[in-house]
Design a protein around this ligand. Structure first.
Ligand SMILES: [Zn+2]
Length: 323
């Protein structure tokens, strides 16, 4: 399978999570750390330039909540007289188009930003949104990660510490309520899941749940073991999302088609559970990672879930690591 970053990036929006997979796919085998690093750096540049021209699609959800698709993770927006509140920040290079999309929703100034976790494709826009007037809210581990350089082993990539303006100033450990624009938002920590700082954001009046990267709609997810994620934590988070929603809830995933529902979420959770079981069985039999990948434990799911940048081999590796 050839590397087709332009296609992939424009199709679903970027996820840096995908760098490892893309480099694998480009060569048909794992690169040396130096090669991966060079590839990753090239992709970061590509992603930034791609984000500069990416179209931002606006989906109106319910009440005064919308979602912006096209720059990194899906961005939820609550409008109203207290000012706009955003859930996740997109990529800085998309600023003109994100600003345009936000202006198309209302003239309210930007006042609050919630980060679902620390990853680049969700927090890169923090600094400019802060400069526009946003107070940044996040889990305490997200602030800790953004404030220091971070290394993600599966990308062989080092992220520098974020500038002061990008660091969340309101943090919490377990739960937080935000009342704004006549709405009550319930923020809840999952515990270690996709990273060690993931939170959900429930718009309780509109019955909308933003899951951050604990849910990828119709595509294999990245799991960031370097900063506290694991497959078992990801499954616990998927169970928490199921418990927090009904058939009427609109669910906004971190990646993938941004207007989702509980039935699609359940498919995601069941996929994670089934693949963990298959991979764990192979690992218990003493199979190496390469042997486990060769056994294709994801094959029943690949046609549906393996079409984005986390390909079957890379996802198998991510599951094997925590099986
Ligand atoms: Zn992420």
């Amino acid at each position: 399978m050839a590397l087709a970053p332009q296609h992939s990036l424009t199709r679903r929006g970027f996820c840096l999570c995908c760098v490892g997979s893309a480099t694998f796919a480009a060569t048909g085998g794992w690169l040396t750390p130096g090669q991966v690093f060079a590839e990753a750096r090239a992709l970061v540049g590509l992603i930034r330039s791609e984000a500069a021209t990416a179209q931002i699609k606006v989906h109106k959800l319910r009440d005064n909540v919308s979602v912006l698709e096209g720059s990194g993770g899906n961005v939820a927006v609550l409008t109203g007289p207290d000012g706009k509140l955003l859930v996740d920040a997109g990529i800085t290079a998309s600023r003109p188009r994100i600003a345009e999309a936000l202006a198309s929703l209302s003239a309210d100034p930007i006042r609050r930003l919630i980060n679902t976790h620390w990853h680049f494709d969700h927090a890169d826009g923090n600094a400019w949104l802060h400069d526009e007037g946003a107070t940044i809210i996040a889990h305490e581990n997200t602030r800790r990660r953004l404030a220091m350089a971070q290394r993600v082993d599966d990308w062989d990539f080092n992220f520098p510490a974020s500038p002061t303006a990008a660091i969340p100033t309101e943090v919490f450990a377990s739960e937080q309520t935000v009342k704004v624009n006549g709405s009550t938002l319930a923020l809840k920590y999952y515990g270690p899941a996709h990273t060690d700082g993931d939170i959900s954001v429930a718009f309780t009046d509109a019955d909308i749940l933003h899951t951050g990267d604990t849910y990828w709609n119709g595509i294999y997810p990245f799991i960031d073991y370097s900063t506290g994620g694991s497959i078992k934590g990801a499954i616990r988070a998927a169970d928490a999302n199921l418990a927090a929603t009904t058939d009427k809830t609109i669910i906004v995933p971190g990646h993938g088609q941004p207007v989702s529902n509980r039935s699609e979420l359940k498919d995601f959770r069941d996929m994670l559970v089934a693949i963990l079981e298959s991979v764990a069985t192979l690992k218990e039999q003493g199979r190496s990672l390469d042997e486990t990948i060769a056994a294709k434990p994801t094959s029943a799911y690949d046609a549906k879930w393996g079409q984005f940048l986390i390909d079957p081999a890379f996802f198998t590796q991510l599951v094997y690591e925590g099986a």
